[in-house]
Design a protein around this ligand. Sequence first.
Ligand code: HEM
Length: 554
Amino acid sequence: MEDISGIDPYTDYNAPTDFHRALLSAPEVKDSDRLEKSLALVVCGFSKWHGSLKKSFENVGGPAASLAAAQPPTDLLDKLPLTTHPVSIFLATATLLLLTTYAYRAFFHPLSCVPGPFLPRVTSLWLYYHSYHGTECTAIHRLHQQYGSVVRVAPNEVDISDGAGLAPIYTEKGGFLKARCYENFDIDGHPSIFSALDPAHRASRAKPVVPMFAISAIRARSDILYGCVDRMVARMQAESKSGKPVNILNLSRSLAVDVVSAYLFGKDYGGVSEKREELSASQFVNAFVAVGRFFYLPKTVFVALELLSAKFWPSREVDESMAAIGDFVGKLVDEACEEDGTYQARMLKAGISKHETAAQCKDLIFAGTDSTGMNLSTICWHLAQQPEQYAQLRQEVLANPSTDPQTLPYLTTVIKEGLRVSMANPTRLPRVVPAAGGWSFADHWFPPGTVVGAQIYSLHHNPSVFSSPYSFRPERWLGSGVNKEMLRDYMPFGLGHRQCIAKSLATAELFMAVQRLIQADALRGARPVAEKIEILQWFNSKVVDEKIELVWDE
Ligand code: HEM
């Protein structure tokens, strides 16, 4: 970049425009430099009134420093109202800096051509607000309806609802890397397989355990899953006779934690057998779900908030639940025998510390319990109000008592549709545009570092791909009704290299659970208590009141 620090606005200066020209028309000016130079102009102006301010900017280096070294055009500045009070100077400087930043983001930023309303163009507060309140998906969905399939949702972030964007973001060449905000899901100071940004760090943790998630490995030990499922069905049947509403979300979560623990850790958590209204692991899961409301905050702010909320808003229930899970994984790790082939043993054998292995186990308990629980309960909730679909499913399941459930065509459509409508993970799965050359899509160019993502909520609710998108219609997945856009845009488990590591395990669990529930006719006579399932749209959605209830008529 050309050095323009030699320009002395007092001696070389003919008119203020010379000074501006020097600032703004230097060759190879990048947008960021332009901003820095604009700031430098502000610094120059104020430094006339407050020398110390100038000095501090001189220490910054770069064009700001070189221009701070220059003198401002006196006649221009002399006309401005003067004040020497440091607070006024500070406030005025801050305001100018803010306005300059906003102006840059709105009009000069490389993403300034991407459509979207004014607020998210200039500040991330819009996204933080909706994320906090659990309205992110619907707010962004509305933007897509208004502005098209590519919208700017924060100064440096874009959401894409066009399925054609999925392959480059998530799949091709391994997809883009996860965005920094995933760090907020680190557990006990460790990046988990889910939250790790660095592929090499993730790979060294995932490699030893990936074989456990293979379809063949799951099939070989399907008796473990059926054992958990049968206990859950028996409990649902027993509770259904009480005449009171049964919280099937709690029941499905209980099954899910048992499957994860029995299958992966070799030790059943015993959630289904617990004699309590709410699963003891629930508050632990809820606490992690709630992390989603601060997902986009910078890590330092996130950690500060976490500490503050633990200090000023402690919760006995959450602490107890955390302690229960802490004890459970602590024992798993202490008692692990390196050759026993369990998840924890494989991690330890790969050289992962005990502390981190315990954290990785916690991550699986959270990820496995929440999403699978949400999906199974959503499927049951829909089946309970669709007598025709229920009858068709029962006919198929009863006619094929010992067939692998994943080969049953109608059951397959039910599970697929359940995964489409259940918004277990409704929000964007944000990724970073890589350094090499940026990324071009749909007439837009996104510079390196831009955070791009596609929210499952918009893809699964796109009426031009899924007709009547909010209705539960398993038939849409039958035969000729299926088209390539449906297959392309369907992504309940994410896509590509970082898609759900436990996709096959979760799918097997859903098939087995629905198969056994239908065989036992457990949902006959059930009806939903509420008209809809209300969620807060966080990374892992939170069901309002943590309840999805069914009640059985006599
Ligand atoms: C129906 C149930 C499930 C759904 C819908 C689901 C959904 C997802 C999604 C959407 C992602 C991708 C996140 C992203 O790209 O940012 C993901 C990743 C992940 N899920 Fe699941 N999940 C389910 C069950 C499970 C279970 C049972 C486990 C553990 C036993 C699990 C563990 C993980 C892990 C560790 C990752 C991170 C993978 C990586 O980044 O390499 N999930 N899941």
